[in-house]
Design a protein around this ligand. Sequence first.
Ligand code: FAD
Ligand code: UDP
Length: 385
Amino acid sequence: TDADTDLLIVGSGFFGLTIAERAATQLGLKATIIERRGHIGGNAYSEIDPETGIEYHKYGAHLFHTSNERVWEYVNQFTSFTNYQHRVYATHNGEVFPLPINLGTVNQFFRAAYGPDEARALIAEQAQELGGKEPENLEEKAISLIGRPLYEAFIKGYTAKQWQTAPTKLSPEIITRLPVRYTYDNHYFKDTHEGLPVDGYTPWLERMADHPNIEVRLNTDFFDESQPLNKTAMAGKVPIVYTGPIDRYFDHTLGALSWRTLDFEKEVKPTGDFQGCAVMNYSDEDVPFTRIHEFRHFHPERDYQTEKTLIMREYSRFAGGGDEPYYPVNTPEDREKLEGYRKLAEAEPNVLFGGRLGTYKYLDMHMAIGSALSRFDNVVRGWFA
Ligand code: FAD
Ligand code: UDP
């Protein structure tokens, strides 16, 4: 029959692929992955731009980094990594500054030559406007970390564009992803391991699925009753790993969870180098996009032609019905709905909800893979014990 599989996996992102690979190689199971899109890999998918020959990340720039040794060892089975280290710059008021905010940013901004102690003292003095109060929102948290002048230059406008929500209404955690450094170190990430897959993301993703026990069906939606592996037909037949949106699984019965989506605008420029770096953030609110990616800079080791370059502008907005969900907005109302959906999910027999959409959590790639490895051990193995 069509249901001739031991395990059904909905979604071929890193979470679903990791579960499928483990099920096939560790337990000898037959795993079938269904994927709504016309390609595997979820948001980490990349392809070669036909006009320039440059690999670009279709759903936004993806930088791999991890300090998790188990994940690092696991991913190296499928790809090797370049020694790329991510660095980001910001254009503010017609001038370019290094990010994340470091001593170089501080000194350029204040036209000064402060040492680390002087810069710390200056920021501490500026943070006094909070009067020692525990920061309760993104704005207060940012002021406590970098003072108001730097906050207004690099955070306020960018955050307004990215979240379309007042910084006083956003959670302070959002900003703690960004380090502040009193040295000139402008590496974006501080993990033990960092790099980009030598021959691109898609060959890596394809190698994970390359096993005789794994079948991938593209253009196949779990909720489409005209395809045989749909939710109604498969209920109770085989265990299911579901990596789509958790609210969609339950027909939004408790209301829709809110997401931000992104719009990407690609353009080929007739030059070998447009901006001199991979990612340039635009801090000011009068520039409508948040950042520009220039993909050739992710692979300086490659022999790309130098006649043309590919850039991609990124715009951010709230997701509507037909939009791709990218970032959980995670308001207090969302968290309340999520609690309800989690209870429903726990009561669903032999269904594992995983990954970014299935848990409504912003997960980096290494987190999605790490979570799949442990939930394979803790949940999936138990189904077949
Ligand atoms: P996804 O990759 O989203 O895969 C889910 C899959 O399920 C999708 O292919 C979807 O089409 C499919 N699906 C959904 N519903 C159905 C259905 N009903 N039927 C069939 N299939 C369905 N991580 C990093 O480590 N570094 C970065 O620099 C980075 N940058 C990012 C930038 C952006 C803009 C975004 C959005 C994410 C970024 N990430 C980054 C995170 C990374 O994309 C995720 O960690 C990873 O994609 C998570 O994998 P996943 O399998 O959970 O989800
Ligand atoms: N941020 C900012 N200015 C910047 C970069 C980031 O204000 O130039 C803030 C913004 O609120 C953003 C958060 O820091 O949502 C996290 O930034 P990160 O670069 O990690 O965002 P991501 O790459 O996940 O979109």
